[in-house]
Write a protein that binds this ligand. Structure first.
Ligand code: S3P
Length: 174
């Protein structure tokens, strides 16, 4: 695998566990955990729903791109990305070059449960979340395929997912 920096980058649809898994994984590796959505909110001094409402999605995607580009100049981080960060091919290239890219997946019903549980504020799921999830999942069917590896988290605990990623990471180190 040809990559310049050593990070673990978590990608996947909303509600697939990127943040929870990322935090636990970073702890196990003794690495820094960074959530790109959190960095965007800090930088913009407003919430993601506010950015979408006030500036629109295209603006958000541009800030997201700049943040990911900046974050991946460093090493030794577990980076959780927003579910739509993979939509730009330049982001995909940055991620593949920045470390081990791990895609997390989950069934549509599990995604619905998880986003409801975390008190969903996501602009793209407002209204009928179940319908929105189904439409977006279909349109992003292959968006996460570029990852080095993929894990279906539907029936796994955070600990099991972390162990699976640590194994992949160890294999990659040779
Ligand atoms: C988005 C996912 C969100 C956040 C924004 C857009 C998407 O992140 O970046 O609401 O397009 O899938 P999470 O995947 O962390 O929920």
């Amino acid at each position: 695998m040809q990559m310049n920096n050593s990070n673990v980058i978590l990608i996947g649809f909303m509600g697939t566990g990127k943040s929870s898994v990322g935090k636990a994984l970073a702890e196990r590796l003794g690495w820094t955990f960074i959530d790109s959505d959190y960095v965007i909110e800090q930088q913009e001094r407003r919430s993601i729903p506010d950015i979408f409402a006030q500036e629109g999605e295209a603006y958000f995607r541009e800030v997201e791109h700049q943040v990911i580009r900046q974050l991946l100049t460093e090493s030794g981080q577990v980076v959780a990305t927003g579910g739509g960060a993979v939509l730009r091919h330049d982001n995909q290239a940055l991620m593949l070059n920045g470390g081990l890219v791990v895609a997390l997946t989950a069934s549509p019903s599990e995604i619905l449960l998880r986003v409801k549980k975390d008190g969903d504020q996501r602009p793209l799921l407002q209204g009928n979340a179940e319908d929105k999830i189904s439409v977006l999942l279909e349109s992003r069917k292959h968006a996460y395929d570029f990852a080095h590896t993929s894990i279906d988290t539907t029936n796994l605990s955070i600990e099991q997912i972390v162990t699976a990623i640590l194994n992949e990471h160890a294999n990659e180190q040779g």
